[in-house]
Design a protein around this ligand. Structure first.
Ligand code: PEP
Length: 260
């Protein structure tokens, strides 16, 4: 797709709450020697470790000039102050984070993050020069009721409230149907394209056609090396947000190679 769309494919690995800082170093090193320079130029490979690993990942990637990007799994909506346990955008930017996951369904579900908070986190990331990887997607009941496109677009609209055209181009959107996350039930390429195509159309309506053409939109939900190729072949899908399969260096490297 990359040659056609001009959008660089992106494969981002959300490690969730897995791997300590020593394991993180080992995984990134293995990724770096498994993938060639050409492969890492063709496809942007990004790791999203737990907060406590980020400094180690930064030191390794910067020190060895590795062609691997990195970011965080969450960001505070606040800039600083009495918010025990939270991590600000400025702190992440200081660690060189290029990306941060916002609106992941696990945070919406287990931490009661609503659309208003997701919108605030999108803005906090942008204000710190970090690209949000904005996750949207429906649960099983909504999929079965046939309301999945409208539901997902409503999440998108809410997350982008008062986000300007020049800022939206920095955002990566990840369509992650909740029923596919960590379940082994991957969406069909056609199902993923239906929603992701609708997301791009909505971005064109809200902003401009050119803007919508430049925003990268990923699919996420039980992506593995044996199902990613058919998904990435779809015209509007620019890569994948990978959970479980990203904490195995060889498996994630195979996914990255298939991203082109
Ligand atoms: C995720 O956590 O964003 C995800 C897509 O997980 P998995 O690949 O394990 O379904």
């Amino acid at each position: 797709m990359a040659e056609v769309t001009g959008r660089r494919p992106l494969m981002a690995g959300n490690w969730k709450m897995n791997l300590n800082h020593l394991e993180a170093i080992a995984l990134v090193q293995k990724l770096a020697f498994t993938l060639t320079e050409q492969q890492l130029n063709d496809v942007e490979a990004v790791v999203l470790p737990p907060f406590v690993d980020i400094r180690s990942v930064q030191t390794l990637i910067d020190g060895d000039k590795l062609l691997i990007g990195y970011g965080a799994q969450d960001i505070s909506a606040h800039t600083a102050g009495a918010y025990t346990g939270e991590i600000s955008g400025a702190m992440l930017a200081k660690l060189g984070c290029q990306y941060v996951v916002v609106g992941h369904s696990e945070r919406r579900q287990y931490h009661a993050e609503d659309d208003t908070l997701v919108n605030a986190k999108v803005k906090a990331a942008l204000a710190s020069g970090i690209a949000p990887i904005l996750c949207v997607g429906e649960g099983l009941e909504i999929r079965e009721s046939g309301e999945h496109v409208g539901y997902t677009l409503a999440q998108l609209d809410a997350a982008l409230e008062k986000v300007k055209t020049d800022e939206v181009e920095k955002i990566v959107v990840a369509y992650e149907p909740v029923w596919a996350i960590g379940t082994g039930k991957v969406a069909t390429p056609q199902d993923a394209q239906e929603v992701i195509g609708a997301i791009r159309t909505r971005l064109a309506e809200k902003y401009t056609g050119g803007t919508a053409d430049r925003v990268r939109i990923l699919y996420g939900g039980s992506v593995k090396h044996d199902n990613v190729a058919a998904i990435i072949e779809q015209p509007d899908i620019d890569g994948a947000l990978v959970g479980g399969a990203s904490i195995d260096a060889e498996g994630f490297a195979r996914i990255v190679r298939l991203g082109k």
